[in-house]
Design a protein around this ligand. Structure first.
Ligand code: ZN
Length: 286
């Protein structure tokens, strides 16, 4: 199902995947690879990423001419791209790729891909992010850094406490847009350790006090998660952080009429995860 939004009718060039036998070979791949692609990136990771990107998730190589031996450019409507490739619609492959990027980041081996003019200039034609990250606004949890990705790779929605339920149209509509119009098929709700917003909710309940301004309304959105985590074994704040993430996951999965349909059909995967500040590692919750 597609929702065509007003004003989003610009035709953009998309890559059509070449036959399997030639997809990873010859100068077609050399052309599409950025300078950072050629550097220290492990071959298996690089190949997997290229596979996903060349299969329809990337516009970064739209500059390629139709005469390329491995790839051809054909103009199609943005809302119709996801059916063009099996790999492009495989959220498991995207999740694996992002977790590999996180391991590089956490181990100090980040490759910092796709952030040079030759990478971002072609993206002016359009975007096809491989995943949606709903994360906290916390300054220590920047998704492109955490997953070692570049421009055009991630559709990032950030709000303190990574709230979804009752967070309003801006949050939900952004996610729906990225799925229905941009073709993203993986949604990660990304919480993090020592989250100040969740901590405020936990402490606010304990102290039964009143917070000033809109902070109170924001923290109130996290209260149900803090309450749900109460009395459970383990660290109270960590439990509340995980409960808050999973509440977001559950809400996104049931968000009618757009996201619930994609989830029901198995076309979109929604996962919860928590970023650990000290280690830099992302733990997938489910
Ligand atoms: Zn936070």
């Amino acid at each position: 199902m597609h929702v065509v939004l007003m004003g989003y009718k610009k035709r953009v060039p998309r890559l059509r995947p070449a036959p399997e036998s030639s997809r990873f070979s010859q100068q077609g791949e050399a052309d599409v690879a950025s300078s950072s692609d050629r550097s220290p990136e492990p071959e298996t990771q690089a190949s997997r990423r290229k596979f996903i990107r060349l299969s329809g998730l990337a516009l970064g190589a739209a500059r390629l001419s139709a005469s390329s031996p491995a790839l051809a450019v054909e103009p199609i409507e943005p809302a119709a791209v996801e059916s063009s490739s099996r790999a492009a619609s495989d959220p498991e492959a995207v999740l694996k790729l992002l977790l590999e990027g996180n391991k590089r980041f956490a181990s100090g081996n980040a490759t910092h891909p796709r952030r040079k003019p030759e990478d971002f200039a072609p993206l002016a034609e359009g975007q096809a992010p491989m995943a949606i990250i709903l994360g906290c606004a916390d300054s220590r949890v920047s998704p492109e850094l955490v997953f070692d990705q570049g421009v055009g790779d991630l559709f990032v929605v950030r709000v303190a406490g990574n709230v979804v339920s009752a967070a309003g149209a801006a949050i939900k509509g952004s996610i729906e847009f990225a799925v229905a119009e941009l073709g993203a098929r993986l949604i990660i709700v990304l919480g993090h350790g020592a989250c100040g917003a969740v901590k405020a909710a936990v402490e606010h309940i304990d102290a039964n006090d009143v917070l000033p301004g809109a902070i109170r309304e924001l923290v109130d959105l996290i209260r149900p998660a803090a309450l749900a985590a109460r009395g459970k074994p383990g660290d109270k704040l960590e439990n509340a952080i995980e409960a808050n993430v999973m509440r977001g996951v559950d809400r996104i999965k049931t968000l009618d009429p757009i996201l619930s349909e994609y989830v029901k059909k198995g076309e979109v995967k929604v996962v919860g995860a928590v970023y650990e500040l000290r280690t830099g590692l992302v733990k997938v919750l489910g």
